[in-house]
Write a protein that binds this ligand. Structure first.
Ligand SMILES: [Zn+2]
Length: 142
């Protein structure tokens, strides 16, 4: 039986699950090399959502929910932590490592993530610092 996890909480996604990306031959058809990231994310969600939905469903998902889906997929693929860079209001660069569980919980709690940063003595500015690490693509190696 294929490993799956529940979709992020959303009324229209009730009953949907996500299965791990990269475990079926057809996953190789998903083009992750291009510039069109929204399309690539949609294609991954189409591949991994069980049961499948019509394509309009994926495009209509709020961006935050699409990101949550990617985090769920990363967790399914065994990613434990994600590093993110920020620049503090005082100018210092910060690198914060959070577990995927913490990221999902912070996103669902709204302002929770901001509190987490403040506990470390700095407040994140609005923009990520240049050259910071981006979350890895779930289930994709090389
Ligand atoms: Zn600071």
């Amino acid at each position: 039986m294929e490993e799956t996890a529940p979709y992020p909480p959303l009324p229209e996604a009730r009953g949907l699950r996500l299965r791990r990306f990269g475990t079926r031959l057809e996953d190789l058809e998903v083009d992750l090399s291009g510039e069109d990231r929204p399309r690539a994310i949609t294609d991954v969600l189409v591949a991994c959502t069980v049961p499948g939905r019509d394509s309009g469903f994926y495009w209509d998902l709020p961006v935050g929910k699409r990101v949550e889906c990617l985090l769920v997929l990363a967790a399914l693929a065994g990613a434990g932590e994600i590093g993110a860079g920020f620049r503090c209001e005082c100018g210092q660069s910060l690198e914060i490592t959070l577990t995927i569980g913490e990221l999902l919980a912070a996103g669902r709690a709204g302002a929770g993530s901001r509190r987490a940063y403040r506990r470390r003595g700095h407040a994140p500015g609005p923009q990520p610092a240049p050259g910071t690490r981006q979350p890895g693509r779930p289930g994709v190696r090389g």
